[in-house]
Design a protein around this ligand. Structure first.
Ligand code: UYC
Length: 231
């Protein structure tokens, strides 16, 4: 077994991808590993959130160590992703579900939040018009995307789906296969045939029902939020 000091120096110097893999190894060390993760999060507190912070937060949240829970409550009472909204929407329940990797619950809530952002008519209808999708505020779309991204090791989120779609020459027909929404001639059945954990293909979540066509997801992919680097 490696010395904890070796794990620590690796954790401090390795690439983000390797750091992600070191998180569970640190947790397996018990108290001393948990200390490392708490120190790491504490030192990054005022920096932009990254995937390692998301993973460290999730790992700590899962432990039933009272010291750890106290630490999280003190320094990260809502989580590691800043919950900005232009429409005064509360994304905390969504952050909670994603931090616990309840991806099914988070998917249902994401659709509800999109309707909430769009307004009364969309809330009643329970789905979005593409014109409403076009007019979603950048801040809120970005917050939703960050939440999915940070709590999935970078696997899920609209921006991930969009990137795959771009890499396929903006071909939706190919996208469905690539992200596991279709296989052979069959659409993947909601909810039972979707994969609700990180073994899913990249871009699998969040879902967007295609019953009424591709215009909503096309509007989300074409949204100005993805072409600027600030909101
Ligand atoms: N469903 O098949 N979907 C629903 C998906 C389609 C259908 C919800 C995704 C194809 C019906 C979500 C795929 C299709 C309902 C998704 C998929 C179809 C429903 C719940 C792969 C038939 C009942 C939220 C593209 C061939 C509700 C919501 C209704 C629900 C997601 C049928 C998240 C990604 C073309 C009948 N499907 N959906 O939107 O509106 O209701 O009648 O995409």
């Amino acid at each position: 077994m490696e010395e904890i000091s070796d794990l620590i120096s690796q954790f401090q110097t390795e690439s983000e991808k390797n750091q992600l893999q070191l998180v569970p190894q640190l947790v397996a060390r018990g108290e001393s590993g948990l200390e490392v993760l708490m120190n790491f999060l504490h030192s990054r507190q005022s920096e932009p959130v990254n995937l390692v912070m998301g993973k460290a937060y999730q790992a700590l949240l899962q432990t039933d160590n009272p010291k750890v829970q106290e630490f999280l409550k003190t320094y990260f009472p809502t989580g590691v992703v800043p919950l900005k909204s232009e429409r005064n929407i509360d994304y905390q329940p969504l952050q909670q579900l994603l931090a616990k990797q309840d991806f099914l619950g988070a998917d249902v809530l994401t659709l509800q939040k999109l309707c909430e952002i769009a307004g009364e008519a969309a809330i009643k209808r329970k789905w979005l018009y593409f014109t409403e999708a076009e007019n979603l505020p950048k801040t809120d779309l970005s917050t939703l995307d960050q939440l999915w991204l940070i709590y999935s090791e970078g696997k899920f989120g609209f921006s991930v789906q969009r990137q795959i779609w771009l890499s396929l020459g903006q071909d939706f027909a190919q996208l469905w296969y690539k992200i596991g929404w279709k296989s052979g001639n069959n659409w993947t059945r909601y909810p039972k045939d979707f994969t609700w954990d990180l073994t899913a293909p990249k871009g699998h979540l969040p879902l967007s029902n295609q019953l009424r066509g591709v215009r909503v997801i096309a509007s989300i992919f074409a949204h100005p939020v993805w072409s600027t680097d600030s909101n």
